[in-house]
Design a protein around this ligand. Structure first.
Ligand code: NAD
Ligand code: ADE
Length: 423
């Protein structure tokens, strides 16, 4: 599909009213971002900066986009997943907030990339990505735009992995701040955010009872830990599959049964992948699955379940409920895949709650401000969020939650920095 207008491409602009209400509702849970907005409106630190963003188009992202616009930036926004767009929110941003949105829930692959290219056509000076598709498109197909780009941010683990690979090969053209790696991002968003919203997506799609059900969580990183703990909280019997012995050991001592994917395939009724890796539910595991097994993915790309193999060995395939596709297999069993193997929390539910995106997107806003000031001093590498930003966000969130903490006394500060006193 080709985009003919530079203004927007959304599913239904008449949804703007509902979208505006949804954006305002989410905003109530985002006090840290609100504080940044107040400062941005007076200081205008992004005055005249063109931002090109590829993020999930949700009510939380809308609040971020509005803050950046209030800071003086102009913003073009495309979706970072074909299924994650909230069409009412996209309509509200386009119709009421002056943000150039190119996103429709359910868009095909060609439209997904046409939308990214519509954003790139605005010649962004700062890029914001969730998964590095925009950066990849820029570095492979739109290289003529690279000299105009000052810096970028990256939201998720998989994106940071891809950018580090680009930097290691010497092909990254501009500095990128790894928002994912901030403590106030991955400790909360990846773990508690995905932990809750992946369960939410699975339940909205299936209305399954989790209590007493055997669930396998594949990957025990930040996302996997969160999902495993929330599944257990709902009464599921949780198996964990890992390839990293340290994380597997952690899972075991957290009280989960650790086992291989093929063993889990023989026993579990529901699977959730969260590895950022490819075909983690591959041919061997698929062959061992129980009749009726349900497969969901919470990792960034729809590569974690070998859907090509599943399709090849299926005799029939049909959507039995929204986001629920049943494959009838030659071996007589059926396997159910949620949301076409795409991020189940964003496709079948609304993504993370705003209270957690508050911190992720405070990091994004402050990282963009940092780049607007400092990009000239940075090399084309992947940079951490400055520690001082991370600490400011944590302090601000705690204050908004009404929690107070102690400060070290002078005696304690000296003690903590010395080596002389001991037993
Ligand atoms: P992480 O690196 O902390 O964890 C990934 C884990 O998967 C690691 O422990 C790794 O050893 C394990 N793993 C890799 N290959 C495996 C295999 N074949 N079998 C079993 N385990 C395997 O990463 P993370 O922060 O937990 O992120 C995981 C994925 O989730 C990434 O793709 C990330 O981008 C995505 N993510 C999604 C959301 C969301 O909203 N759904 C939010 C944050 C991150
Ligand atoms: N990633 C996970 N949840 C999200 C949300 N609610 N908005 C934007 N990106 C997200």
């Amino acid at each position: 599909m080709s985009i003919t207008t530079r203004e927007h491409d959304v599913s239904d602009i008449r949804l703007a009213g509902a979208g505006a209400d949804k954006i305002a509702w989410a905003g109530r849970e985002m006090p840290v971002l609100r504080g940044i907005a107040e400062r941005f409106r007076t200081e205008r630190p992004l005055s005249g900066v063109r931002i090109g963003a590829c993020l999930h188009v949700t009510a939380e992202t809308a609040n971020l986009a509005i803050v950046l616009r209030d800071g003086g930036a102009s913003i073009a926004l495309a979706a970072s997943n074909p299924l994650s767009t909230q069409d009412d929110v996209a309509a509200a941003l386009a119709a009421r907030e002056g943000i150039a949105v190119f996103a429709r829930k359910g868009e095909d692959r060609d439209t997904y990339y046409a939308h990214i290219n519509a954003v790139l056509a605005t010649a962004p000076q700062i890029t914001m990505d969730d998964g590095a598709d925009l950066v990849t498109e820029l570095h492979t197909k739109r290289r003529e735009l690279l000299p105009g780009v000052r810096g970028g941010t990256e939201e998720t683990t998989t994106g940071v992995t891809r950018l580090r690979a680009m930097a290691a090969e010497g092909v990254l053209s501009y500095p990128i701040v790894a928002v994912n790696d901030a403590f106030t991002k991955h400790l909360f968003d990846n773990r508690f955010g995905t932990g809750q919203s992946a369960v939410d997506g699975i339940l909205r799609a299936t209305n399954l009872l989790l209590a007493g059900r055997t669930v396998a969580v594949v990957g025990h990183g930040w996302v996997g830990r969160g999902i495993a703990s929330r599944m257990r909280g709902m009464g599921a019997i949780v198996l964990v599959c890992e390839v990293d012995p340290l994380r597997a050991l952690e899972a075991a001592m957290d009280g989960f049964e650790v086992t291989t994917i093929v063993d889990a395939a023989k026993r579990a009724e529901l699977f959730v992948t969260a590895t950022g890796n490819v075909n983690v539910i591959g041919k061997d595991a698929i062959a061992a699955l129980r009749d009726g097994a349900i497969l969901a993915n919470a990792g960034h790309f729809n590569d974690e379940i070998d859907l090509a193999h599943l399709t090849a060995i299926a005799t029939a395939c049909r959507e039995v409920r929204p986001f629920v596709r049943e494959y009838r297999l030659k071996n007589g069993r059926s396997v159910v895949v949620l949301a076409d193997g795409r991020l189940v929390n964003l496709a079948a539910a609304e993504g993370h709650p705003a209270a957690v995106m508050d911190m992720s997107f405070a990091n994004q806003a402050l990282a963009v401000e940092h780049l607007a000031k400092k990009a000239k001093e940075l090399k084309p590498q992947v940079y951490p969020v400055p520690r001082e930003i991370d600490e400011r966000i944590a302090a601000s969130k705690l204050a908004a939650m009404g929690m107070r903490i102690d400060e070290m006394s002078e005696e304690q500060r000296l003690y903590a920095a010395s080596w002389k006193s001991g037993t």
